[in-house]
Design a protein around this ligand. Structure first.
Ligand SMILES: Cc1cc2nc3c(=O)[nH]c(=O)nc-3n(C[C@H](O)[C@H](O)[C@H](O)COP(=O)(O)OP(=O)(O)OC[C@H]3O[C@@H](n4cnc5c(N)ncnc54)[C@H](O)[C@@H]3O)c2cc1C
Length: 399
């Protein structure tokens, strides 16, 4: 019996290794280097596309615990990470090149693994298959997944609004309140008069934007449309969107401002705030300049700028069982970020789970259900939690 694993990223590599170590033959398909993604640069397996940190290594928090559980489960990714660690305080950071080389060497030399450098475009749901093609799944495979999942359950974009430090916000100009006084005064509100708004709008629509990668030129979800693109629709559009002032009263004047930019707390300490609805394609320098026109944010310190990138993922709560099997096609599993988790270590954990459970399936045994008390079990439960109604296209990251 053979298992097809699509994608030799973090999840696919882990899944292939777990299967192979259990004596199961694996055909591991990786499209690089013949075809690459917009974020990968090498032909290596388990390439880290951005940071070289796998985040905290402390067992007291979720990502640290997840790492320790993965070690206990004989994770290849963790073995290569630990063997290639670089000093990073409480975090586990790696030398990205030797880390990926370690994964590539182990898998290409494994007697139970056949590596095929080819793009997969079609899936046979009757074959044992793990789809671990990641957030940058190739277009053709994404179309195939859309068919298998009845496309409404496939999401494409991820956007993040800029984050600024609380101490850099001028609270003499901004005020705390919630719209219509609902709940606590959870938001920081930056009020604008007509003149300030119009100047801001003009600078926003004329600001320099980052060059679009080809995949970013596709249709953008209404829900995560860049703020500058929304502004292009007309001078008043933002007043009915992220800058709507209704339900907010400026404490000094006791008047409703002409426009309001809201900031929402971004960390539990309350030291960081994100600008609500401000996902953007503007160049970073332009974000500082244009968003600095917002009263209260003139001297804002940006700890993260807004970004948008493609992120293909499925609606797991509707489609998957806790074992990561598709409900409709039980021989088909999804693993990695495509299941809706986000982050290197979360993706690896979903590769581990798929590998372990596929091995059980092939052997005709029951899949593992990790208890919710484990980090891996909690993640699996959350992903497949059918009680989560009205699934929002949002990724899950462990904190
Ligand atoms: C731009 C960007 C930056 C990120 N930065 C961070 C970060 O700093 N820290 C963090 O924790 N997480 C980060 N993430 C998230 C992180 O990339 C993912 O969590 C993780 O790499 C996903 O692992 P994966 O195995 O699911 O996918 P990947 O690691 O992307 O692996 C998928 C593999 O499938 C291959 N593939 C795709 N389509 C096909 C096909 N049709 N046929 C064959 N092979 C195919 C790809 O070439 C790739 O090798 C980032 C994501 C992106 C997109």
């Amino acid at each position: 019996m053979e298992v097809v694993v699509i994608g030799a990223g973090l999840a696919g590599s882990e899944a292939a290794y777990q299967l192979a170590e259990r004596g199961i033959k694996v055909k591991l398909y990786e499209m690089r280097p013949g075809k690459s993604t917009p974020a990968h640069h090498t032909d290596k397996f388990g390439e880290l596309v951005c940071s070289n940190s796998l985040r905290s290594n402390q067992i007291e928090n979720a990502v640290g615990l997840l790492k320790e559980e993965l070690r206990m489960l004989n994770s290849l990714i963790m073995k290569c990470a630990d063997a290639n660690a670089v000093p990073a305080g409480g975090a586990l950071a790696v030398d990205r090149e030797s880390f990926s080389k370690c994964i590539t060497d182990v898998l290409t030399n494994h007697p139970n693994i056949e590596v095929v450098r080819e793009e997969i475009m079609n899936i046979n749901p009757q074959e044992y298959t793990i789809i671990a093609s990641g957030p940058l799944t190739s277009d053709k495979l994404a179309n195939e997944i859309a068919k298998l999942t009845e496309s409404e359950y496939l999401y494409f974009y991820d956007a993040a609004a800029p984050i600024v430090t609380y101490e850099s916000i001028d609270m003499n100009k901004a005020f705390k309140a919630s719209r219509y006084g609902k709940g606590e005064d959870d938001y920081i509100n930056c009020p604008m008069n007509k003149e300030e708004y119009e100047k801001f709008w003009y600078e926003l629509v004329n600001a320099e934007r980052a060059e679009l990668k080809s995949f970013e030129k596709e249709i953008v979800f209404e829900g995560c449309m860049p703020v500058e693109k929304m502004a292009e629709r007309g001078i008043d559009t933002l007043l009915f969107g992220p800058l709507k002032p209704v339900g907010l009263m400026e404490p000094k004047s006791k008047q409703q401002p002409y426009a309001v930019v809201q900031l929402r707390q971004d960390n539990s300490d309350g030291t960081l705030y994100n600008i609500v609805g401000f996902q953007t394609h503007l160049k970073w320098g332009e974000q500082k300049r244009v968003f600095g026109l917002i009263p209260g944010l003139e001297n804002a310190e940006f700890v993260r700028y807004g970004v948008m990138h493609r992120n293909t993922y499925i609606n797991s709560t509707q489609l998957l069982k806790q074992s990561l099997q598709m409900k409709k096609f039980p021989k088909l599993m999804f693993a990695g970020q495509i299941t809706g988790v986000e982050g290197y270590i979360e993706s690896t954990a979903m590769g581990m789970l798929a590998g372990l459970n596929m091995a059980q399936l092939v052997k005709g045994e029951k899949p593992y259900l990790f208890p919710e008390e484990t980090a891996i079990g909690a993640l699996a439960k959350y992903i497949s939690n059918e009680t989560v109604k009205n699934f929002q296209p949002m990724n899950i990251t462990m904190v």
